[in-house]
Design a binder for this molecule. Structure first.
Ligand code: AMP
Ligand code: ZN
Length: 464
């Protein structure tokens, strides 16, 4: 197995990676809360998860990875206030939380597929693991870490030595930083909910030793990590926003329960900004993969855009930047396609290509330095066209996941849903012989950059 180095948020150091039980590497990634479409920032974090898993596999390890799907318990604040995000979306859309979860999960998985993000070996829904969460909370109470109030069971952070060690804030900071508690029965304002008691009108609730209720968000990941990976595992990933609350609380719960360190390496992906600022609905800059597709960018061009910035650096999304990435990605693929049928290189060039390939791999093994690896790929691509370049790129693509040597996909999944819906409407209009409506819809589809043609049994959509 090759040597790898990863930056550990816990120690703030780049460390040589030593798995607990080689050749297997166990990883846990905080998954999406499926109450809405995943935006390109969320997806950047899953591209980072994929960079890590592909690197581990390339280095000869067997990955045993878990990603959860949060379909209950994530409140509108990351703390314990507000409504459950799933419940709010369900009420708004007049659907059940399960319908909401199924709808957005399906789109999330489609996005992962379009971005060539390999699915973790285990994908687990929070609602399928409630008994494990209840047991976890009960054990924490038995050990004296959990206590009951009128509205739920809380974790007493003052009982856990080392609270704040991930974000490097001490107990006093945590207490001072916490907002004035809504629940005055909490022992400390920064104590967090392990389990919430449900009011009658709360849609999702389960029977527990503390009456009907639902889990806190943080306990989900601790309980699922334990169930699927055991009492110790190698790597835990997520976005940097999770460091101060979610992951701090996960550490407190899991280590209090086990009595020892549970996660060896904590890895966090930096945020994606849009036009230099935060993505927000009110600014109208929360983009999805479908939005990019409807503007003519392929999902893999977006993957390329993400991979050009190291996962620990902020990445500013602009359409200019995205266009630049799409052009570069297209050019690289074009060069490689001409190398496929090119003659072999002479010895000196072949040697140079082998060296560049080696240094691309070494860059990735050094804390996932994908931007440097892509740079080496480009240096190679600028050499006189030869078959060796194509072969090296095909090999490196196991790490890149960019389909560098694969003909472009014209899969149905690349057509935005909005375009498909318009085409469905147009089919209906045609069936009703409403030619004016049919023409208007065709024009609308055309404006979005797609051509619809009629077939025997329906229609076919192609990118212009
Ligand atoms: P959520 O669905 O809100 O639980 O988020 C899913 C993942 O996306 C988490 O790992 C977050 O840390 C991450 N995330 C949220 N916003 C951004 C962003 N702007 N850039 C990168 N990652 C993000
Ligand atoms: Zn989590």
């Amino acid at each position: 197995m090759a040597k790898l180095q990863f930056y550990n948020t816990l120690t703030r150091k780049k460390e040589e990676f030593t798995p607990l039980t080689p050749p297997t590497v166990t990883t846990y990634s905080c998954g999406p809360t499926v109450y809405n479409y995943a935006h390109i920032g969320n997806l950047r974090t899953y591209v980072f998860m994929d960079e890590l898993r592909r690197t581990l596999k390339h280095a000869g390890y067997k990955t045993l990875s878990v990603m959860n799907i949060t379909d209950v318990g994530h409140l509108t604040s990351d703390g314990d206030d507000g409504e459950d995000k799933m419940q709010t979306a369900a009420k708004k859309q007049n659907k059940s939380p399960e319908e909401i979860a199924d709808f957005y999960s399906a789109i999330f998985f489609k996005d992962l597929e379009r971005l060539n993000i390999l699915l973790p070996e285990t994908v687990a829904k929070a609602t399928d693991n409630i008994p494990e969460m209840i047991e976890f909370v009960q054990t924490l109470c038995d050990k004296g870490y959990g206590y009951e109030t009128e509205d739920g069971i809380y974790f007493d952070i003052s009982k856990f030595d080392g609270y704040g060690k991930l974000s490097r804030c001490n107990l006093e900071d945590a207490l001072a930083g916490a907002r004035v508690a809504v629940n005055t029965q909490k022992r400390h304002p920064a104590d967090f909910a392990l389990w919430k008691k449900a009011e009658k009108n709360h849609i999702m609730q389960w029977k527990s030793p503390w009456g009907m209720g639902y889990p806190g968000w943080h306990i989900e990941c601790s309980a699922m990590g334990k169930k699927y990976l055991g009492a110790r595992f190698d790597i835990h990933t997520g976005g940097v926003d999770h460091i101060p609350i979610h992951h701090e609380n996960e550490i407190a719960q899991s280590e209090a329960l086990e009595g020892h360190r549970v996660v060896n390496t904590w890895m966090h992906g930096e945020f994606m900004l849009v036009d230099g600022g935060k993505m927000s609905k009110s600014l109208g800059n929360v983009y999805t993969v479908d939005d990019l597709i409807s503007r003519g960018y392929s999902p893999l061009a977006f993957r390329y855009f993400c991979m050009n910035t190291h996962y620990r650096n902020k990445l500013n999304f602009t359409f200019d930047g995205m266009s630049g990435a799409a052009t570069a990605y297209g050019r690289l693929r074009g060069i490689l396609s001409s190398c496929k049928t090119a003659p072999n290189a002479d010895n000196a060039v072949a040697q140079k290509i082998a060296e560049l390939k080696g240094s691309a791999i070494a860059a990735v093994y050094d804390d996932l330095n994908y931007p440097l690896a892509l740079g080496e790929m480009w240096t190679m691509a600028k050499l006189p066209a030869c078959r060796e370049i194509y072969d090296a790129a095909a090999e490196l693509d196991a790490l890149f996941g960019l389909d560098l040597c694969v003909p472009p996909k014209t899969a149905d999944s690349d057509i935005p849903d909005e375009v498909k819906q318009l085409a469905d409407k147009r089919l209906e209009a045609r069936k009703a012989k409403d030619w004016a409506a049919s023409d208007a819809l065709r024009a609308q589809i055309d404006k979005m950059g797609y051509v619809v043609s009629d077939g025997k049994d329906g229609y076919e959509i192609k990118k212009k």
